[in-house]
Every structure is written in C-alpha cells, then in structure tokens.
Design a protein around this ligand. Structure first.
Ligand code: EPU
Length: 309
C-alpha cells in the first residue's frame, strides 16, 4: 500500500505549485466514481512537470497520471500520493512537416482524441479516422494502444516523447515501441509528453469521410453518452467479450447502481450513484458467469487504480 502524503509534504507541495488536496476522483473520471486523491495537480508544461516529479522522486511519493479519465476505475478509498493531469502546453497540435502525401502531426499528450480526429478530417487528412468515437487524450490512448476494429494507435504513431523517471526527455521511434493489443510496454517511464502521428493527404478522387456517419454507427451500438469506462474487458482471441457476456444472459444485470449496458454488454454503466465497489462486484460476477458459460476467462481492459475504502 502506498503512503499517505504527510502534513509536511502537503505544505511543501502547496509552496511548489497549484494543488488541491483530497480531491474526489469521481469528478475526474467518466465513470463518475472514485475516492479522493491525496493531492491533485494540473501541470501546464514540462518545467512544472519536472519540478513536481522531482519532488515526488526525492521523497518517494507515488505519482499517478490520469488523462481524460475515460478508461479508469478509481476505487472508493481513492489514490495515495499525487495524481497528475497534463494540460496547458500539452494540449497543442501542429503540422510538423509534410513530405509528398505524408503529413506528420505533432500532438501533445493532453490533446483530446475526438477533437484531433475532427480536425484531421477537416484538414483532409487520412489515418486518424480509425480512432473515430474513441474518447480520451493522446497520452492515454497511446498508453492503452486504444483503437477500434479499424485499427489502433500503433498503426499511426511515428514517434513519442516521454519523460523517464530520471526526468530525462527521450524520443522513441515507433519501430522501437512495444505495442500489444490495448497495451504499450514502456520501461521506467514517468509519462508520455507528446507524439508525432503519421497521416496522409486524401487523394482528390477519394470520397470525403463524414464524421457524423462514422459516429452514428458507434452511437447505435454503444452507450456513448453514459457514465462508463468504454469496454470493460479485452476481447479474447477470435470472439467479442460483449457477445460472450450477452450469451451468458447478463445484459441489463445490476449491482446497486452499476448495470451491464442493454446496448453493448461489454459496457458497465453508472446509472447515477454507483460506487466503485458495486462496479467491481459486477465485474467479478461477469467474469464468473462468462467462465461458467463459455470456459473463457475475461481480462479487464479498464485500468483499476487506488485503494478500497
Ligand atoms: N456483440 C454482441 N453483444 C453485445 C456486443 C457485441 O453480440 O452486447 C457482438 C456484435 O453483434 C458483433 C461483435 O459482438 O458481432 C463485435 O461487436 P462490436 O463491433 O461492437 O465490437 P467489440 O469487439 O465489442 C471493439 C472494441 C471497442 C470498439 C469497437 C468498435 C475491444 C475490447 N472493444 O468492440 O473498443 O469501439 O470494437 O470498433 O477491443 C474500448 O476499447 O473501450 C472499446 C469500446
């Protein structure tokens, strides 16, 4: 178990940067659940990030990064140490250079993926449409190798820049990155700062892509407006977790105010005041029932953070 921030550490941190203490994580996760973080800091730039990370490393205080909070389940006891979220200069996007039809776009880790997809389609670029409907920010999407059935971040990333635990910035080319299904393995990394994404210009004879149409399909099959964490489980090989959960008869099943979506069974929806505990009990129930019904062991895709109350 991680240590709570001491009174002295809180005072020191308050002198270092703008910080809120005992900040409820339910306010920063799309699921709308999660107890308090000892300290919550929104970091505007690399300088400030290094200052806060330096403080934490020196005192062995745990640091947890959250992005848009769209793929996390924070437990009811909250998170010990410091929770950091990148903002400010990490929200910038620019065209770095274009070579022939290829376009290289630099995007900060805090850039919202839905905005980036919209912008790239408006610019007439191709490549990012594979991320249509995926929530979250660039950093989180890279860490999770997020994607859709059309592809994932590993298909379009050219390089990433990270800050390591010795507070050094390092740029890593795509071919040296170890992407797996819904995972990026990064040794000794504090966080991703920005990425370069490789796109191409649409050819004049190509039909323009319509974001509304692309999103429509998603909205018809997933509870996109609900409080959820996206898909709860990874898809096992060759089969959809949603289908297995539906076949186990679990659509609509509730624990307290947590409910298996009636639209897509791999989503759990917080119907208003669910606790993390209720969601975790429902996750356990789904795993047990799917194992009984199909013999298949489901692995969570959602990142579970923090401690029980
Ligand atoms: N299905 C059911 N019941 C359900 C849900 C799905 O029978 O309740 C069936 C569908 O009818 C279809 C098949 O399962 O035949 C696949 O369904 P879908 O196209 O919805 O895709 P998925 O495998 O369930 C994956 C990703 C989603 C992504 C969609 C669309 C994972 C775990 N899920 O879902 O990603 O949005 O494809 O591209 O990889 C996420 O990662 O959080 C996520 C939501």
């Amino acid at each position: 178990m991680e240590q709570r921030l001491t009174r002295e550490q809180r005072d020191q941190l308050a002198k270092l940067c703008a910080v809120t203490f005992d900040e409820p994580m339910s306010a920063h996760t799309v699921f709308g659940v999660g107890g308090p973080a000892d300290a919550f800091i929104e970091v505007d730039g690399v300088m400030e990030l290094k200052k806060v990370m330096g403080f934490a490393v020196e005192r062995r205080v745990a640091c947890t990064f959250i992005g848009a909070g769209s793929n996390v389940l924070v437990k009811d006891g909250g998170i010990r140490g410091i929770v950091l979220r990148l903002t400010g200069e990490f929200k910038e996007t620019s065209v770095l250079h274009a070579v022939g039809d290829e376009v290289f776009v630099a995007a900060g880790a805090a850039v919202q993926m839905p905005q980036l997809v919209r912008w790239s389609l408006e610019e007439g670029f191709r490549g990012l449409e594979i991320m249509t409907g995926v929530p979250g920010v660039v950093g989180g999407n890279l860490m999770m190798n997020a994607g859709t059935r059309s592809g994932s971040m590993s298909d379009i990333v050219d390089e990433i820049t990270i800050l390591d635990r010795e507070l050094r910035e390092m740029t890593l080319k795509a071919k040296s990155l170890r992407f797996e299904y819904r995972k990026l393995k990064l040794p000794r990394t504090a966080c991703i700062l920005r990425a370069v994404i490789k796109l191409r210009r649409a050819r004049p004879d190509e039909e323009p892509l319509k974001l509304g149409e692309l999103l429509g399909k998603r909205r018809a099959t997933q509870p996109t407006a609900a409080q959820s964490c996206g898909c709860v489980f990874k898809n096992p090989e060759k089969v959809s977790a949603g289908q297995l959960i539906e076949e186990a008869g679990l659509k609509g099943v509730r624990v307290g105010q947590a409910r298996v979506s009636t639209l897509h069974a791999n989503f759990i929806v917080n119907e208003g005041k669910a606790s993390a505990r209720e969601i975790l009990v429902l996750i356990g129930l789904i795993r047990d029932r799917v194992k009984q019904a199909s013999g298949i062991h489901l692995e969570p895709e959602v990142v579970i953070l923090g401690e029980d109350r």
